[in-house]
Design a protein around this ligand. Sequence first.
Ligand SMILES: *Cc1c(COP(=O)(O)O)cnc(C)c1O
Length: 233
Amino acid sequence: MTTIASNLQSVRQRIAAACADARRDVNEVTLLAVSKTFGPDAVRAAHAAGATAFGENYIQEAIEKQALLADLPLQWHCIGPIQSNKTRLVAAHFAWAHTVDRLKTAQRLSDQRAADLPPLSVCIQVNIDGGPGKSGIAPGEALALAREVAALPRLRLRGLMTIPEPADGFDAQLAVHRHARSLYEQLREAGLPLDTLSMGMTADLEAAIHAGSTMVRVGTAIFGTRKPISSAA
Ligand SMILES: *Cc1c(COP(=O)(O)O)cnc(C)c1O
């Protein structure tokens, strides 16, 4: 078994154990393999071990990788910041965008999504713990933005996405993830047909699943430690 295959198996075991602990059905939690900074061979190894959905932060890097992997039926998720001049590429090359935090970005993605592609699935990124200078809309503004995004014709609003500050220990992580969960429920109660709460990474996926995450985004635990790259953006 390759290292990536055995890492994936461990991550799946972590997800299964967390679901069992939280008395949740393991099928409620999707694993997004975050392949940023890793090459196409790593993605191939993960796909051979059963991974089908991949998250990338840097648009250009993702597109180059996708071209080398076009023979595989992979689903690509944009999980990095989306500048206005990159929306056309995101609309053309991804199935999902997790990091929509402004109406203008959403409008451009909708306008630029080609008619022969299915609607782009999107999550609204929420700055759930109020970190200064962080991307993501303030929690109090999420409902209004969600309503506007839901009305755009070429987008399919799926839910919310968060990247909380690293917190030490399960209880601290859980507290933050619970805020995201309650915001998610609030939006659903307001009538938005959401099915995705994208939260939890290598360090906090158990707490995220406990709080109700439906999609964990895991990089390091699958592919190993990333080397810093400067040319990626
Ligand atoms: C890099 C990244 C991840 C994966 O983080 P790990 O700690 O390596 O699992 C998840 N989500 C986002 C938005 C990221 O940028």
